[in-house]
Write a protein that binds this ligand. Structure first.
Ligand SMILES: Nc1ncnc2c1ncn2[C@@H]1O[C@H](COP(=O)(O)OP(=O)(O)OP(=O)(O)O)[C@@H](O)[C@H]1O
Ligand SMILES: [Mg+2]
Length: 260
């Protein structure tokens, strides 16, 4: 069967793609799933958020692996996969990935290099989560080409949901031209300040605009400094603030994602 591959994607920066990747990934592991998190962002934020504070010092990363696929050379021993204390695996990334993205532009099958790699590890996992960078460049296209499901984190802010059109067009194009099996799991509203009506209004606008075609997840991730603190701690919200509202929201979201 192989893993279900989820891609967290939005070209808008800072909408909690990485935070959501961590907490959905570890959320799935807590539900008993075998999970691989893949950092597909040269910023290495996912890598840092899982406790590897100096991504640029890691030798084997996604860039190494994709380079080996491109050159048709053997993958390094162990495949560069790291293990996190909360029961998930991580394929890290660092700045070398931006060089690799430049290389991708000029090669054969450039959109499907990541997919070719993931096929080699898919059998070992129930779920693979791809944390995309904030652009719709070649790495993100590779992630969309490899994914079964796209999750779209969107900040509860009017300007954030305006950018969704371009993203949806890109997803449609990848589905039509490269990956017919791709579907949108849903839009996830993040960083919502539920003390105001504003977040609720945004959710309503989303439902009115897209609700017929795209699922808007019931679980909404609240704005909370507790969530912002986790990246520096290298752990999930479930360990950092287990009784808090963000942990509860991500746990509920994880179950929604699992239900499909
Ligand atoms: N629920 C939340 N409440 C408050 N702050 C949050 C929340 N979720 C994430 N943050 C913080 O917001 C910032 C952006 O989050 P994150 O890095 O997950 O976004 P991103 O979409 O991955 O960003 P990029 O586009 O740069 O990859 C981070 O500092 C993070 O700690
Ligand atoms: Mg990120």
């Amino acid at each position: 069967m192989g893993a279900t591959i989820y891609c967290l994607c939005n070209q808008k920066g800072g909408c909690a793609k990485t935070t959501s990747s961590v907490n959905i990934g570890i959320g799935l592991a807590r539900e008993g799933k075998k999970v691989l998190l893949v950092d597909a962002d040269p910023q290495g934020s996912l890598t840092a958020s899982l406790g590897y504070q100096q991504p640029d010092q890691i030798k084997v990363t996604l860039a190494t692996i994709l380079g080996a696929i491109i050159m048709d050379t053997p993958l390094p021993d162990g495949g560069g996969i790291l293990h996190h204390g909360e029961g998930v695996d991580l394929l890290p990334a660092n700045i070398e990935l931006s060089g690799l993205e430049v290389t991708l532009v000029n090669i054969m099958s450039r959109e499907t290099i990541l997919r070719q790699y993931l096929q080699t590890v898919s059998e070992a996992y129930d779920a693979i989560i791809l944390d995309c960078m904030p652009s719709l460049g070649m790495l993100t296209i590779n992630a969309l080409a490899a994914a079964d499901e796209v999750l779209i984190p969107a900040q509860a802010h009017f300007l954030s949901i305006k950018g969704l059109e371009q993203l949806l067009r890109t997803i449609k194009k990848v589905k039509r031209q490269i990956n017919p099996a791709l579907s949108i799991a849903g839009i996830l509203v993040t960083m919502a300040d539920m003390r105001t009506n504003y977040a609720r209004e945004i959710v309503e606008i989303l439902r009115d605009t897209y609700g017929e075609k795209i699922r808007i997840f019931e679980s909404i991730i609240p704005l909370s400094v507790r969530a912002a603190e986790t990246s520096a701690e290298g752990k999930s919200i479930y360990l950092h603030d287990p009784a808090g509202k963000v942990a509860a929201a991500y746990a509920a979201l994880t179950r929604e994602v699992m239900r499909g």
